[in-house]
Design a protein around this ligand. Structure first.
Ligand code: ADP
Ligand code: MG
Length: 261
């Protein structure tokens, strides 16, 4: 982008959506894995990303989280243009602080207690006092149904409990958006459904939005405001989950829905 184009870009008002990605493009070793992807999310919405392995879902989440840099594309968040032409702007950090992440293997420290795990980021990043941290930890644990586990050692928790604690840890930073990448893939279906139920509750009670990658179509049908189907680096189909999953239009989505059903 030329300096002049960049100046024009900065003048264009940022999007009214909570988050607005446009033209996100990414290649690895000459192979394009995201091809000018556009994606919007309104405050407190749950968006579910589906698609075959390798279609680009995780890469998109990682770009939103700032863990992978896009080659091109813009990101607006909360009325600020935080990424221009793939470059993170100064406004990025403040927006990024409102985004929490939960991954399948985003491990807690097993030898530390739940409280210690929850305290790490707020202490280091926000410099919060122990009193504030404990109060917030109690509240976050209550929200994920783990109120009695403040002093449990993380290594002794079940998989489902650990992912609840991972959600609580994200809540410690008071996010307005959670990014969840296959966070229940290692769990048995009933346990996974309970953990995903926490996401719905956070939306309803706290207005926290979520972009969630999952193969759980029951959750998508029930809880998603919108489903986006990824195919080879593009969103090939997108819309209301009930319509999308019951009457898929693209052959790829039809096949995908049959395969995961
Ligand atoms: P999904 O999450 O939909 O399974 P990914 O976003 O993880 O897909 O991957 C999309 C494509 O990008 C895959 O072909 C993957 O191998 C490739 N890819 C992802 N991350 C890297 C990386 N760090 N280096 C090289 N290739 C990568
Ligand atoms: Mg992935």
């Amino acid at each position: 982008m030329s300096t002049q184009e960049e100046a024009l870009e900065q003048e264009r008002p940022a999007s009214d959506h909570f988050m607005d990605l446009s033209g996100i493009t990414k290649s690895f070793y000459g192979r394009t894995v995201l091809k000018r992807v556009d994606f919007t999310l309104d405050a407190g919405e749950i968006a579910v990303l589906i698609g075959k392995s390798g279609s680009g879902k995780s890469t998109l989440l990682r770009i939103i989280a700032g863990l992978t840099k896009a080659d091109d594309g813009d990101i607006d968040m909360m009325g600020e243009r935080v990424v221009i032409g793939g470059e993170y702007q100064k406004t990025w950090k403040a927006a990024r602080d409102q985004v929490g992440m939960i991954f399948q293997n985003y491990t807690l420290w097993p030898h530390l207690s739940v409280r210690q795990n929850l305290a790490l980021a707020p202490k280091k990043v926000l410099g919060e006092s122990d009193k504030v941290i404990v109060e917030r930890a109690e509240r976050a644990l209550a929200e994920v149904g783990m109120a009695h586990h403040l002093n449990s050692r993380c290594g002794q928790l079940s998989g489902g409990e650990r992912q609840r604690v991972a959600i609580a840890r994200a809540l410690m930073m008071r996010p307005r958006l959670l990014l969840c990448d296959e966070m229940t893939s290692a769990l048995d279906p009933p346990v996974a459904a309970e953990v995903l139920g926490v996401i719905t509750k956070l939306k309803e009670e706290e207005g926290i939005g979520c972009v969630l990658v999952t193969h759980d179509m029951a959750f998508a049908a029930k809880a998603a405001d919108r489903v986006s189907y990824f195919e080879e680096g593009v969103i090939a189909e997108e819309g209301d989950p009930r319509r999308l999953l019951s009457e898929p239009e693209t052959p790829g989505l039809r096949k995908f829905v049959d395969a995961v059903r």
